[in-house]
Design a protein around this ligand. Structure first.
Ligand SMILES: Nc1ncnc2[nH]cnc12
Ligand SMILES: [Zn+2]
Length: 355
């Protein structure tokens, strides 16, 4: 946790005050697929604007299809939803809608994943994708005071050669993204498959993250660390199955970007009450809370915090503070920024105590 000069007296915050504090506290979001923020209403509006036919008759029919049994059953619908994105303004509108919701949830900083291969496969130019997203990021800072950064994700169900092609196509826009990630179907696509492209990205000075241990085994988390040399693990909840790995993650303060509502929607856990977030925190891991694909999984940042704390009585004010502080610690911003946000977190907790 980022250390603060004045750690609040958590015992003075009653449980009844927790929901308001969870919503009001400043926080960073580090695991959001921007294509996963496309609400059904915007999917239909963009489909109409762009003359794209959808295999669903209405917003309600589309939403009714959001009954997932695992990651793949979600990804099939997620890629279909992204098919309405054609023009720079579409990418802008999608990201701007996310930033407005992030602002409402007191997200002060967001690191956004995007999946360029989902778009370049439909002949949408890389420039269209990145310019639309980057313009929304600039406006989020200027108009909402929300800072952000972009992380380009390689789709792991595709080949490493295709990841290399994607990197090459993106490098002319290098100033617009800070790092690379690895997402899509995890099982059967271990981190080793992308060892060389991640090594190249490391040489280029890009930040490195990867989804690991969402559905895949703890060994995938170890490979993400040892083979890809990632600086954060996305999800990582299956680390709980290996005491040795838990020790390693805690000792190194390797961040995990945990996504509680996603885990329940994709049946990683049968119920939120079974979520292992309290155990991860109790073991000293740098766990954070994130929304993953909020339009598909039932909510944005504050919905994730509220659902998690509501279902898990082990989580109280101290854990709320730790999760927000962890989100700043785990972000790819400079130490001065982390310090400023942690000070504003202290202030939110001090207000909760005097209220
Ligand atoms: N939860 C998730 N896991 C892997 N790839 C994804 N792409 C979008 N959401 C994802
Ligand atoms: Zn994800």
């Amino acid at each position: 946790m980022t250390t603060s000069a004045h750690t609040p007296d958590f015992s003075r915050i009653p449980r009844a005050a927790l929901p308001a504090l969870l919503c009001a506290m400043p926080k960073a979001e580090l695991h959001i697929h921007i294509e996963g923020s496309l609400e059904p209403e915007l999917i239909f509006a963009l489909a109409q604007r762009n003359g794209v036919a959808l295999p669903y008759a209405s917003v309600e029919a589309l939403r009714a299809a959001y009954a997932f049994t695992d990651l793949q059953s979600f990804l099939d619908i997620y890629y279909a939803g992204a098919s309405v994105l054609l023009h720079e303004q579409d990418f802008y509108d999608m990201a701007w809608a996310y930033f407005e919701r992030a602002k409402a949830d007191n997200v002060v900083h967001a690191e956004l994943f995007f999946d360029p291969q989902t778009h370049t496969a439909r002949n949408v130019p890389m420039a269209t994708v990145i310019h639309g997203l980057a313009r929304a990021c600039a406006d989020a800072q200027a108009k909402l005071g929300v800072s952000s950064a972009l992380i380009l994700c390689f789709l792991r169900h595709l080949s490493e050669a295709e990841a290399f092609d994607t990197l090459e196509a993106a490098l002319p826009f290098r100033e617009h993204f800070i790092g690379v990630g690895l997402d899509s179907s995890e099982r059967g696509h271990p981190p080793e498959k992308f060892a060389r492209v991640f090594a190249k990205c490391r040489e280029l000075g890009l930040k490195l993250v990867a989804h690991a241990g969402e559905e895949g085994p703890p060994a995938y988390i170890e490979s993400a660390l040892d083979v890809l040399h990632v600086q954060r693990i996305d999800h990582g909840v299956r680390s709980i199955e290996s005491a040795e790995l838990m020790h390693r993650l805690a000792a190194s303060r390797m961040p995990l970007t945990v996504c509680p509502l996603s885990n329940v929607k994709l049946c990683v856990y049968g119920d939120m009450a079974e979520h292992q977030l309290p155990a991860l925190l109790a073991a000293g891991l740098c766990a954070t809370v994130n929304s993953d694909d909020p339009a598909y999984f039932g909510g944005y940042m504050n919905a994730n915090f509220l659902a998690t704390f509501n279902a898990l009585p082990q989580l109280g004010a101290a854990e709320a503070y730790t999760l927000a502080a962890n989100s700043f610690e785990a972000s790819f911003v400079d130490d001065a920024m982390k310090k400023a946000w942690t000070a504003s977190l202290d202030q939110a907790f001090a207000q909760a105590i005097t209220a």
